[in-house]
Structure formats: C-alpha cells, structure tokens
Design a binder for this molecule. Structure first.
Ligand code: AMP
Length: 494
C-alpha cells in the first residue's frame, strides 16, 4: 500500500488515475473482475474495489487498499462476491485529502434506489465536481467520500427517471470533464464515455453470451475475452447477457482522446483506436531520432516506460540499443511516491545502472516524459557515476507544461519543470549534454495522424503539452487557475 503522506501536489485538486472493469453473463464474475483489475493495476495502485450481484444474495462489495493480487485473489474475499455480474475499480488518487484517504473513497460506489441498487466505477475527473458537490450538499445530499465521482450517485438520486440507466444519463449530462463510467444494476452492465471520449473504454465478449467492459484491451486479454470494439465518445451501452443496446445521451462533439494514454499511461500491449500502444511509442522514438539526432554509442531506455521509444530511436538512428538501466520489477511507479525526498530514493530503489555496458560510452537516454525532472536528474547522476562519457536525454513527449484536469495525475503548474524553464534551462538544470523533446506534430504523426496536429480542431486532448483544454476546468478556474490567453476554452470560460 502506498504511504499516505502529505500531498505534494496541488492541495485542493481532485485528480484521479483509475482503471475500470466489469463483466456480465459468467459464473463468478468477481473472479474475472479481479483478473481484469490486475491487468489494469498500472492505472492505479492505491486501492481497488469490486461490487457483484447475485440473484439470491443481492449486492455485495469489497474495497481494499493495496494491490489487487494481495486482496482479491483470496478465497475469503472473492467468496463474499458471488454472482454473474460484477464491476471493479483500481485507483490512484491525488485528492487533496490524501492524508485522510479512507476506504470509503475507494470505488465502486453503491446507491440503493427505489428501483433497485446501482454500483458505479469512474475513470477520469469531473471538472465541475466542486460546484456540483456544493449544490448537492445544499439540497440535502450526504456525501460519504471525498471523491468527485460520488456526485454521480447523488445526481442519479435526484433524477426523476424511472430506470437506472436513464438516471445515469441525467446525472452525466450535468457532469463536465472526462469520464469513462461502468455501472451495474441487478441485471445490467452499463458503460458510458464522455462526449469527447477522453478516457478509454472497450467492449469484449466472454464465452457464449457474456460481455466485459474494460479501460484497456490488455484486461480483456487476461480473461480470454474477445475484443469487440471501443465504446464511442458520447455513447452509452446497456448490456444484458447476449445483448448490447447503444444510445447517445449527449450532444455530439469531436473526439479528443487523451494523447498521454499513448505516451505513458496505457499498457504497451493494449490496442487503442485500432493501434498498438507499443507501436505508437516505438514510432515516437523514430520521430525523435529524426527530429533530434545525436552522435552516440548507445541508446538506453529509462525502463519500462521509455523502452518502446528507445527501441524506435535506436532503429531509426542505427545506434545500438542496450539495457543500460535495469529495473527492479518489484517496485511500483516512482512518480507515485509522495515526497521529493522519498521519490529521489525511489529512483535508486527501482532503477540501477548496468555499469559494464555504460562505461566510457556516449549514451542517449530515452524517457517518456519529464514532469518535475526529479527522475531525469537522478538517472543522469547514476549514469555519470557509472562512467558514461556523455548523456543525451531524448523525451518521447513534448514538454509537460500544463496540469491535467481530466484524470491523469500531474502536479500543479508551479511544479512542472517545463512550466518554469525553457528546454535549454531544463538541460542545464538536469545537467545533461543535450536534451530534446519530440514535437507535438511528431507525437501526432507517431499516433497515426500523418498530417500532424490539426490546430483548428485537434484530434486529441493534449492539454498537458499545449495548454489547450477541450473542457474548461471550471472548478480550477474558480480557484484561480489561469488558462492560456486566446485558447478556445479560455473564451468558453469567460
Ligand atoms: P519526474 O521525476 O517528476 O520528472 O517524473 C517523470 C517520470 O514519471 C516519467 O519518467 C514517467 O515515466 C513518470 N510519469 C509521468 N507522468 C506520470 C503520471 N501521471 N503518473 C505516474 N507516473 C508518471
């Protein structure tokens, strides 16, 4: 379990990184969900939860801190979650109340309505959650958690619709921001994506008439489900065994899938938009080698997130690839360590230099992103200590200069290195011989957009790089967040 020390990030932000998984029409659905969540563990390691429904035993839920494998593989937990229908959630939250993170913040959330129970699991971030919460509390809602996602249950409770899927639609029409939501009633599994489709959600087929919904295809693979299709931006599916009904609850909007899912967040063995995440990352490396070539002896990745791009860089440049940094597979993601001091140690605990390979070499080091720069600085020290002649950083994303308000954890703007420094200043601060980031167009090309970014209607959400927020983050604006002058949504927010 992650230690709950003081939150080093924006203290009043409510960002979440999450994975969701649901299945209907199989015996012991909760066991399938446990496996699906295990495959999605990279999306959140703080805690996980499962709700299941059994016609005889009704709804049952279990919520635990820590890894799925440590909690939901135990018979004493899984046996309390019987039934053919279940949903689950893994989370990593940077909610301001982290020091007090309680088990009641762990999803799925459950509500008992006149027409039966409903459990929901949300991936993304509701950008008007503070305003909604205020309004709901004024009108009598009693919140159980500090999570933005709980608003959905309370909004459902206020809806006058007669069935739960319709109530969920009503609720989500009031919600702004990014959401991929999985819900379950006594008989139905429901999946919805926000109109821009910022977070992923895919549909799979299990056995004869079972279905699964998952954040990523890698979670379908683990249970042997067949990938059917992505849930489309703005689509709701209501699934019963053997039957998928689709509807469009929201006004149509152009898709703005999160490009950072391609860069870092999703697993490389997942398929997004018909494209292998691994291949996109490898292609980013190819773009980087074209945009920022350098004479060197060895290309190394910062494992594991930098590996596919490093392979692409090596292939395109002709410089040999080597495993110059070895990762201890038993550590979590460094970024998740809560204080700078622990994060610094964390890099060493997690990564070690392969001294014999590095010594005397001019090394190109490829990483997926620079956020605070802490990792880069530490790794550069380790490589130089091991006797490298030169260190050249190549980053498989543009400078991360803006925080994400749609469900990827990022620190506030003041802590983002790229918001404070130019690339040349960053190079000096990190202390490397050269530093280059892939361009935004290069990233788009790698993601399959041959013509690059269409600046008048971007194909992705790339707010963390461009400052162009497709949905005005209204809670943040209320707290004083300043958007880029002249950006589309800056006007919308006025
Ligand atoms: P930093 O030391 O703050 O520059 O962290 C950068 C490293 O954190 C990168 O190498 C990424 O692999 C990783 N990273 C980037 N964004 C995230 C995120 N949202 N959550 C977890 N890890 C991240």
């Amino acid at each position: 379990m992650k230690p709950f020390l003081a939150d080093p990030f924006d203290s009043d932000s409510l960002h979440e990184e999450c994975g969701v998984f649901g299945v209907i029409g199989v015996a012991d659905a909760a066991s399938f969900v446990a496996l699906g969540l295990h495959a999605l563990q990279h999306r959140g390691q703080e805690a996980g939860g499962i709700y299941a429904h059994d016609p005889e035993q009704g709804f049952n839920g279990a919520h635990r801190f820590g890894y799925v494998r440590d909690n939901f593989t135990k018979a004493e937990v899984i046996s309390t979650l019987p039934g053919p229908l279940a949903i689950g959630h893994v989370r990593y939250s940077t909610a301001g109340t982290k020091a007090n993170t309680a088990i009641r913040d762990v999803q799925p959330f459950f509500g008992e309505f006149a027409m039966g129970g409903c459990a929901i699991a949300h991936n993304g971030n509701i950008t008007n959650a503070t305003a909604l919460r205020r309004e709901l509390i004024e009108r009598g809602s009693i919140f159980q958690s500090s999570s933005d996602s709980e608003c959905i249950i309370h909004l459902m409770a206020r809806s006058i619709q007669r069935n739960l899927a319709e109530r969920l639609k009503d609720a989500l029409r009031r919600v702004e921001g990014a959401f991929s939501v999985i819900a379950m009633t006594r008989t139905k599994l429901i999946g919805v994506r926000d109109p821009l489709g910022v977070r992923p959600l895919v549909l799979g087929r299990v056995g004869d008439d079972g279905y699964a919904l998952a954040s990523e295809t890698c979670a379908l693979d683990i249970i042997g489900a067949e990938f059917v299709r992505e849930i489309e931006p703005g689509e709701m599916v209501v699934i019963s065994p053997g039957k998928v009904e689709s509807s469009r609850p929201f006004a149509p909007a152009g898709s703005r899938f999160c490009i950072f899912e391609h860069v870092y967040f999703s697993r490389p063995d997942s398929i997004i938009g018909g494209r292998s995440v691994y291949e996109t990352r490898r292609q980013i490396g190819v773009e980087l080698a074209r945009e920022a070539p350098i004479e060197a002896d060895l290309v190394c990745a910062v494992p594991d997130s930098g590996t596919p791009a490093a392979i692409g860089y090596a292939q395109e440049s002709g410089i040999p690839f080597g495993m110059g940094i070895i990762r201890n597979q038993y550590m979590g993601r460094t970024f998740i360590e809560p204080t700078d001091q622990i994060r610094n140690m964390g890099v060493r605990l997690k990564l070690n230099v392969n001294r014999a390979l590095i010594q005397g070499k001019r090394v190109v080091l490829v990483d997926d992103s620079v956020v605070r720069g802490t990792t880069s600085r530490k790794i550069k020290d380790m490589i130089l200590d091991a006797g490298a002649a030169e260190v050249h950083f190549r980053i498989a994303s543009p400078p991360t200069a803006w925080p994400c308000f749609y469900g990827v954890d990022t620190p506030d703007r003041g802590k983002l290195l790229a918001a404070q420094m130019t690339p040349a200043e960053m190079r000096d601060w990190i202390g490397v011989d050269s530093l280059a980031f892939v361009s935004l167009d290069g990233l788009y090309r790698a993601a399959g957009e041959a013509g690059g970014r269409k600046n008048d209607c971007p194909q992705y959400c790339d707010a963390c790089f461009s400052g162009d927020y497709p949905v005005a983050p209204s809670d943040q604006i209320e707290r004083g967040f300043q958007m880029l002058e002249g950006s589309e949504t800056a006007h919308a927010a006025e």
